[in-house]
Design a protein around this ligand. Sequence first.
Ligand SMILES: Nc1ncnc2c1ncn2[C@@H]1O[C@H](COP(=O)(O)OP(=O)(O)OP(=O)(O)O)[C@@H](O)[C@H]1O
Ligand SMILES: [Mg+2]
Length: 352
Amino acid sequence: MIEATPDTANSILDHLTRAVVVVDGQCRVQRLNSAAESLFQVSTRQAMNESLMQLFPGLTVLDEAIGQALEQGASYTEREIRVVMGADRTVTVDCAITPMQGPALLLEFEQIDRHLRISRENRLIAQNQAIRELIRGLAHEIKNPLGGLRGAAQLLESELENADQREYTGIIISEADRLRALVNGLLGPDVRLERQPTNLHEVLERVRHLAIAEAPSGLSIVRDYDPSIPLLPAAGDQLIQALLNLVRNALQALGDNGTITLQTRTQRRFTIAETQHRLVARIDVKDDGPGIPAALQDQIFYPMVTGRAQGSGIGLPIAQTLVNQHGGLIECSSEPGCTVFTVWLPLEMDND
Ligand SMILES: Nc1ncnc2c1ncn2[C@@H]1O[C@H](COP(=O)(O)OP(=O)(O)OP(=O)(O)O)[C@@H](O)[C@H]1O
Ligand SMILES: [Mg+2]
């Protein structure tokens, strides 16, 4: 039996994985457990007696719920609150507010970024697998009869004496070829990857040079590379193709003016598709163009989904497949003025 002293209560509070903050009736911080210190990156000494909202302006969305909890003595739960913690850190939390005697309030925060990311990620991977199965089946059904049609048209062509009639068989043959190329494109690359230690920045520089050759003069491509990234086990050509598809999309979205940023970073202990990696590379392809149309945002990794008149909609599914074959994942976030495609790639050489 553990003795219920104030010390044990404090120790239990500090061992909770959930962040706990106690505020008084004026919403001034009275207690902060260790999880809250690390979530909000503030020490108890810094936060003590300070107004919660002044410390974390991102929590002002809780104002109303806190007011009501104090007035009515009722508990509230707010979900998916995005709290801006600093220039480059935003966390998403669920918050439960419970009134206590005093008056005081107990606020419990649970960081949910990770849950959100993992469920979105699993959806992307499952989506990609389902699509590939469907296409493989369909491609098989199309390619066989197509081969027969093309062969018969060729035979017919050799029998025809009239050049005008040969024009028709020519159309059958060239349309059959176009359809075959489309189906092959949809099937994506069918090569066993030959992975070798690859310098990510050499890959990106190739992509950048190819893109510069296609880009109008009002467009700039900015580099922000982390030089400490080690070699990664990859098939360089496949990675070039995947990244070039992302950069081309950005070029097409920007038109004549704008900036594309290629950024690389590493991240320790990161989970992709339920596999924990010691170290992964993160490559961001950012552009300041109009963004992905809202109606397309959830579907862009499906084949044949395109927002462009000349688009065939296979660039992104192919890029996703290539990156998946490296044990990685492509994610996307987009709003007008800022579209980011993030490529995660595991960096362990022994990972297959
Ligand atoms: N950076 C971006 N900014 C705005 N929209 C984008 C961006 N990247 C992709 N999209 C949207 O996603 C759609 C699908 O892209 P995807 O690369 O799969 O096909 P596509 O570019 O239309 O055709 P393809 O790549 O086969 O030539 C695009 O048509 C475009 O509407
Ligand atoms: Mg494309």
